[in-house]
Design a protein around this ligand. Structure first.
Ligand code: NG1
Ligand code: MG
Length: 511
């Protein structure tokens, strides 16, 4: 499913009917604010949504397929490129402001044509814009040649995806930024695959070893469908419909109000998991594949992945006739046997198996992003990844070939989500008490399946709830969770969102 980012003619092309009236107000206030700040109308708005991940958690950076969907909340960048004050020779100007100007102060930069400087050690909101800018300029230079001169831009941003909430505000912002830069420089037919790939790589420039799920969901999603995203042999995204069931199913997206900030906890949480998965791939390769086998370099953040090990192992063994599901089951067995130490492995132990020095190991695996760990839990991480990849296949099988009229259909879907939560909590260790509580409250009140969504350690959860139980589940959360917290009215309103699958990135032209 290739093609270019759609150019919307009206907001009805972008939002679901239930969101239209509030979005219309929001867009017109963005435009009037733009006029107030810059004294002219915007030429266009670039839009990219956040996402919720339905299933396939923490496996995108191991290059296994995932099933997210876009949500209504999004990043909007209103842009004009005309009448921007002259800049020094060899530079162009970026003026960027935010509708929430208290929280996100405005900035002005003169950017050299060929070098977008990003200081990833400072957590600054415009870094996300800059990373999209850098990626888009690289692509434009590839297309137009080295003497291409970028346009100056005036930008007003309005983001409604909560930051640090597991709904991927960062990917929405980076993708919308890259799209805005492409459009500002005259590219109105922006290729979705190119945009996604550049957003994935760009986001790594702001200090997170991210996988590719969020950017894919943000760019490729189509209204009414979830999105099956696979990363090998190349990035592919395919819309998937949820069947009609009785009772009807809804997804609730629910905040824990525990903020998880990857830029602070990356060295012990997210970035460490990426390192552990890559080390597990190298370790399994060293033990299970013939001596001197090298894993293929791939699109994973550290260049090798558990999926790469998977493919190599079956290509070299006599078991390549097994189905994908059987292969994953076999890998789960092999991992349990090969990586038997439940307490984790030291750098020395891993280096010895890989037949490299500890310095070489650090250089390859832990130098790109800082991590803090004495022991690396290779067993648990690999077991989660293979079992989660298997759950995604089973979930897809139910969606595409299951009997949605059978009585236990909903419970089967929900059971897989619950199993994901168990694995995230116990094996991958990326949940937290608050999320666990939200999940068990929901299940007791009628949710079929409840789990964290996104990176975890706080943030958001997703719940598969029959329409006739939504009220009961909401009341249970209020009674047993939210009423015990000190929340603002605004937070209370945003706490529980019924989400329909939304559309992906779009450009909206104002002229
Ligand atoms: P969130 O929850 O948006 O920070 C992160 C990664 C995804 C994926 C999930 C876990 C980034 C930008 N996104 O999402 O790629 O790995 O965690 O499944 O880091
Ligand atoms: Mg993010």
């Amino acid at each position: 499913m290739a093609g270019s980012v759609p150019v919307a003619r009206s907001l009805e092309d972008i939002y679901t009917a239930d969101a239209l009236s509030s979005q219309t107000k929001r867009w017109s206030s963005l435009v009037s604010k733009f006029e107030l700040v810059y004294g002219q109308a915007p030429e266009f708005v670039a839009r990219s949504p956040g996402r919720v991940n339905i299933i396939g958690e923490h496996i995108d950076y191991s290059l296994y397929s995932v099933l997210p969907m876009a949500i209504t909340a999004d990043a909007l960048l209103a842009v004009s490129t005309e009448n921007i004050s002259q800049t020094q020779a060899g530079t162009f100007k970026i003026k960027i402001a935010n509708v929430q100007d208290q929280r996100f102060p405005s900035h002005e930069f003169d950017v050299p044509y060929d070098a977008v400087d990003i200081d990833a050690t400072v957590h600054e909101w415009t870094n996300y814009f800059k990373s999209g800018l850098r990626g888009a300029l690289e692509l434009l230079r590839k297309k137009r040649g080295d003497d291409f001169t970028p346009k100056s831009m005036q930008i007003l941003m309005d983001g409604t995806v909560p930051a640090g909430g597991g709904l991927s505000s960062s990917a929405a912002f980076v993708s919308a930024s890259a799209l805005a830069v492409m459009a500002a420089n005259g590219e109105q037919a922006v290729d979705k695959t190119e945009l996604t790939e550049l957003a994935i790589v760009s986001e790594r420039a702001v200090g997170v070893n991210s996988g590719g799920m969020d950017q894919s969901a943000s760019v490729f999603s189509e209204r009414g469908s979830a999105l099956f995203v696979s990363f090998t042999p190349s990035l592919k995204a395919r819309p998937v419909q949820f069947p009609k069931t009785n009772p009807e199913l809804t997804f609730l997206i629910v905040q824990s109000f525990v903020t998880a900030d990857k830029h602070v906890t990356g060295p012990i949480h997210y970035n460490l998991r990426v390192v552990e998965c890559s080390l597990a791939a190298a370790y399994l390769n060293a033990v299970l594949n013939p001596p001197t086998t090298r894993l293929p370099a791939d699109a994973a953040p550290l260049g090798i992945s558990l999926h790469g090990f998977h493919e190599t192992y079956f290509a070299l063994s006599d078991k390549s006739n097994l189905s994908q599901e059987q292969q994953l089951e076999e890998l789960i067995r092999l991992t349990a046997k090969t990586l038997s130490n439940e307490n984790g492995y030291t750098r020395e132990e891993i280096a010895a198996v890989l037949n490299v020095s500890v310095d070489q190991l650090n250089d390859q695996f832990t130098s790109r992003f800082p991590v803090r760990a004495e022991r690396f839990k290779l067993r648990q991480r690999a077991l989660h990844v293979f079992s989660e990849a298997l759950r995604v296949l089973k979930f897809m099988e139910l969606l595409e070939h299951g009997d949605s009229t059978s009585e236990d259909y909903n419970a089967k879907l929900g059971g897989l989500l619950n199993a994901t939560q168990d694995s995230c909590r116990d094996v991958y260790e990326c949940s937290c008490d608050e999320i666990d509580r939200l999940c068990s409250i929901a299940r007791n009140a009628g949710s079929y399946g409840s789990r964290l969504t996104g990176a975890g350690w706080g943030g958001c959860s997703v719940h598969l709830v029959p329409a006739n139980k939504v009220q009961a589940v909401r009341e249970a959360w209020e009674r047993e969770y939210y009423s015990k917290m000190d929340l603002t009215e605004e937070q209370k309103e945003a706490a529980v969102v019924v989400s329909r699958p939304g559309s992906g990135s779009a450009l909206y032209l104002h002229t």
